[in-house]
Design a protein around this ligand. Structure first.
Ligand code: ZN
Length: 320
């Protein structure tokens, strides 16, 4: 009798826990992957933000790179790929920013999924990617590749918006009017942002920005700044001691007052240089991701770009 009671109790506990896991799993998958509206996947934050603005209430946009994760070396999971393949539209930046796409490109051609590479075909800059290899050797491999960070120029971002809009129209022609209207509204906001940057950076004492990785070349080209970066095109590249010393020398000789760091990577190197030359540090966010809780608090592409402008004005001593 006692044993029977024990078994009943055990079964009850298993059912209780099992139901809990099931319910939890259900609410999680609903939260991440709403089933209503046009199913869209976007590779990382800025593409997801532009896609959400253009798709409006009609689209459900899934961000492939988890929020707050640095996307440069990100690899999607099998579930991510399944979500991409079952969706109607995949929005990528392109320009080599999503190397994993090459592995699924052929499969996607067979499926019904439209693919937009929003940065391809724009007026691109070249950059150097350093491949230090598995072991640090004297012979570092340097490769010239196109710089993918186009979303950080409010002017090039407008061209990305047009390409994403056209992807929505190809995936869902019935709602063309709405996508065009939403893209127009987003373009207007980007034009206003461009004006804010032009005005805000017009009269500054310096033009030199020392950044964490070379993410700001398009922004620098647009507004006449000079970027000197601690790391290369990817934030995961570690600079050599000699490269660090060169950046410190440049900063000292040019009387740089602030060294910029990024919110998603460690500020260690920026702090090292700042300490060495007696400068301070400030955030210049390359918008490669925003943690969910910060998005919930109202952070988005525009608020981060405005914060970036404010910090640039402080660092470059601009008249406001
Ligand atoms: Zn980057």
């Amino acid at each position: 009798m006692r044993n029977t009671l024990r078994i009943i109790l055990l079964v009850a506990i298993i059912i209780f826990i099992g139901t809990g896991i099931y319910v939890f799993g259900q609410s999680r998958s609903q939260g991440q992957n709403a089933t209503d509206g046009l199913q869209v996947s976007a590779s990382f934050y800025p593409m997801a933000y532009f896609a959400s603005e253009i798709g409006g209430d009609n689209a459900s946009v899934k961000t492939i790179t988890p929020s707050g994760v640095e996307p440069h070396d990100f690899e999607p999971t099998a579930q991510d790929i399944a979500a991409i393949q079952s969706g109607k539209l995949l929005v990528l930046n392109g320009i080599g920013f999503e190397p994993w796409y090459a592995g699924i490109a052929n499969d996607l051609k067979q499926s019904n999924t439209q693919v937009v590479q929003a940065g391809e075909g724009l007026d691109l800059l070249e950059g150097i990617e350093e491949d230090h290899g598995a072991e640090e050797t004297e012979e570092n491999h340097e490769e010239v590749i196109s710089d993918p960070h186009v979303w950080l120029s409010p002017v090039l971002a407008q061209q990305q918006v047009i390409k994403i809009r056209d992807g929505f129209i190809a995936a869902d022609p019935a709602n063309e009017t709405m996508y065009v209207a939403n893209a127009d509204a987003l373009t207007k906001r980007l034009q206003q942002l461009d004006t804010q940057y032009k005005d805000g950076l017009q009269t500054c004492q310096s033009k030199n920005i020392v950044t964490s990785h070379t993410a700001f070349a398009y922004l620098a080209r647009e507004y006449g700044l000079n970027q000197v970066a601690i790391a290369g095109l990817s934030s995961s590249q570690e600079p050599s001691t000699q490269e660090l010393a060169e950046v410190a020398t440049f900063a000292r000789e040019n009387d740089v007052k602030y060294i910029f760091f990024e919110s998603l990577v460690s500020p260690r190197l920026a702090e090292t240089i700042a300490n060495e030359i007696g400068a301070q540090t400030l955030v210049l966010d390359p918008l490669e991701g925003i943690p969910d809780d910060e998005i919930e608090q109202g952070k988005n592409y525009f608020t981060v770009m405005e914060d970036n402008l404010e910090n640039l004005q402080t660092a470059l001593v601009c008249s406001k």
